[in-house]
Write a protein that binds this ligand. Structure first.
Ligand code: DAH
Length: 324
């Protein structure tokens, strides 16, 4: 009688060992350990056992049940750990794809237009000294632009640059003219953050120094950029202004498409390089002339893409950034 049970146990364990995946293991469980399974059926035959043998039969059946349950758990664990067989022809699970930040992309597009107009790309450090940020750019010692409240001065000297005009000096110090460069990057000014103000933003600086450079070259360069970047209907307007590093100086407006209609947008400043700037880098202003301009990248990107709040650009909320 117990020999029969031994044989059943052997059969059950053998069949379990061939169940290679979680589905087969579950089918085995239903067949052997289920509510209507074979073990239940064998238990039901207790009534056919001679009463004096019943306790021993019950014990043996319990041992069988324990053995099958333990074997089942082991097999279930093993097949789940092994996972389903790998089908290498299945398409993979898509992972979120990153993309370039809208400011990086806009900057690259601006630089690309100027590159096609013959401007090389230059860079300069974000941690600067006052010579490059102010003095060499003809900003007097007592000029309000230098005030502590409007700049990030660093302990132990130096500052975060407040404008990319610093790169004009960085380039002219090392490279003899003719020089024709654009430089893009971050600039820093303490500000209360709101929809249009942030204490860090991006500028694109342009500089052309050569013999006989005129205001006409400046205007046609800016117009060439406007047409390439905003389309043939774009226009450029220069309004007289003042910057220490240019003389004469002007504010630059460009007429661009904003939400479907053409509007004038103030983008930055420009002018003819001040003779004092040329002197500061050891160039003779009698021989060399130049123009310079500085454009705000956020202003361009926000109008172009209809972004209402500058803070969204720097909060790194993927739901916002994914849209571009
Ligand atoms: N650096 C100026 C600013 O941040 C912008 C600027 C004006 C740059 C005139 C220039 C320039 O190169 O010629 O407000």
């Amino acid at each position: 009688m117990f020999a029969d049970i031994d044989a059943v146990q052997e059969e059950a364990l053998k069949s379990l060992s061939t169940a290679g995946d979680p589905k087969a293991v579950e089918a085995w469980r239903i067949e052997w350990l289920g509510a209507k399974g074979r073990l239940k059926g064998m238990m039901g035959s207790m009534k056919d056992v001679e009463p004096s043998h019943r306790p021993a039969f019950g014990q043996r059946m319990n041992a069988l049940k324990s053995a099958l349950e333990a074997a089942f758990e082991d097999q279930q664990h093993d097949t789940l750990a092994a996972g389903p067989p790998l089908d290498v022809s299945e398409p993979g699970t898509p992972t979120g794809q990153g993309r370039r930040h809208i400011i990086s992309r806009t900057t690259a597009e601006i630089l690309d237009v100027f590159a096609r107009m013959g401007f090389e790309t230059a860079t300069g450090p974000e941690v600067e000294d006052e010579w490059h940020n102010f003095s060499a750019l003809n900003v007097p010692e007592n000029h309000p632009a230098r005030e502590a409240i409007d700049n990030f001065y660093l302990e132990g000297g130096g500052m975060l640059r407040s404008q990319t005009s610093t790169v004009q000096i960085r380039v002219l110090e090392h490279k003899p003219p003719p020089v024709r460069i654009v430089a893009a990057g971050r600039v820093y000014r303490p500000d209360t953050h709101d929809a249009t103000h942030y204490s860090m933003f991006h500028q694109v600086e342009g500089l052309y120094v050569d013999r006989g450079v005129t205001m006409v070259d400046l205007k046609s360069t800016l117009l060439g950029f406007a047409h390439a970047f905003f389309g043939d209907e774009a226009e450029v307007r220069m309004r007289p202004s003042y910057f220490p590093f240019t003389e004469p100086s002007a504010e630059v407006d460009m007429k661009m498409r904003v939400k479907g209609s053409w509007q004038w947008v103030e983008l930055g400043g420009c002018g003819m390089v001040d003779p004092n700037v040329l002197t500061a880098v050891g160039l003779d202003p009698e021989e060399w002339t130049g123009f310079a301009f500085g454009l705000g990248v956020e202003r361009i990107a926000m109008r172009k893409y209809g972004i209402a709040d500058i803070r969204w650009l720097f909060e790194n909320d993927a739901r916002f950034l994914r849209q571009f």
